[in-house]
Design a protein around this ligand. Sequence first.
Ligand code: UDP
Ligand code: MG
Length: 309
Amino acid sequence: MDKKPKISIVVPVYNEESLVEELVSRLKSVCDGLNRSYEIVIVDDGSDDGSFEKLKRIKETDEALRLIRLTRNFGQQSAVLAGFRMSQGDIVVQLDSDLQNPPEEIPKLLTALTDDIDLVTTVHKKRQDGLLRVIGSKFLRGFGQMLFGESVKLNLSSFRAMRRSVIDKIETCRDRSRYMAVLMSWMGLPSVEIEVEHHARKKGETKYSFLTLFKLSWDLVTGYSSFPLRLVTYMGLFGAFMGFLMMAFLLYQRIANGILIEGFVVLSAVFAFFAGVQLLSIGFLGEYLGRVHSQIQGRPDYIVEKVMD
Ligand code: UDP
Ligand code: MG
């Protein structure tokens, strides 16, 4: 075996029964061509469609494959984290299991990972996804970029190559919601972005509905910024200012013109508005309280059912 660093390929799998065979065989033929020692770490994120049974069968005849199964579905980010922790290579490549990130592009990523670079991220030449999925992603990215500002260059692609040091740095982030791509972007590591092909999903369907993406955006907002709390302050300021203006107006009418305004409808509208703002504000506070609560509980990100080395 040569002395070049060992490469780990980390892949999260959730209900991809129809694709796992092709996935492993394509990954293997690409990796065999690399001329370096490698391992393929597949994390089964609680699939209930027979993906794991299939993977187990493949694993019986395959030394390079390492399998880890989580007890239930913990979500892509947790599955990837589990894979990162299990991987042993000096260089780690992360990709999706649905073959939308073509394994044949892996050598390109590795070439881009030169001595001065710690992280290689990707952009798609042409994204082959449904319209809603693409819009959802654009929304998530645009929103995230707005929150982080110009100093952080956000890349949320799940196809990337990195040095082991990047994973060590991720471990130092004690966040409850470990959105890998966000943390990696936030760290501002020496990185390059390269263009890769993107293929349409041949089988199965995306696990990210618009609602899921919306939840993810919300998680992004409350997990990585205090923008909503600041918004509450602004709304409070605005409310107080409006109230002050209204009082001044009413007093002026009473004293200068002798008019007593009776406006039940106006009053109801104003009341409804401020009641709404207050409830919303309490909601925002509750959201962060919930986060503090779950951070204090300090539960692990996932539970491993078994590991097959
Ligand atoms: N995935 C996972 N756990 C989940 C959802 C998805 O491990 O709860 C995996 C899935 O098997 C795939 C990757 O994450 O390998 C990306 O999922 P998908 O292709 O559905 O997302 P999209 O391509 O629409 O971003
Ligand atoms: Mg996909």
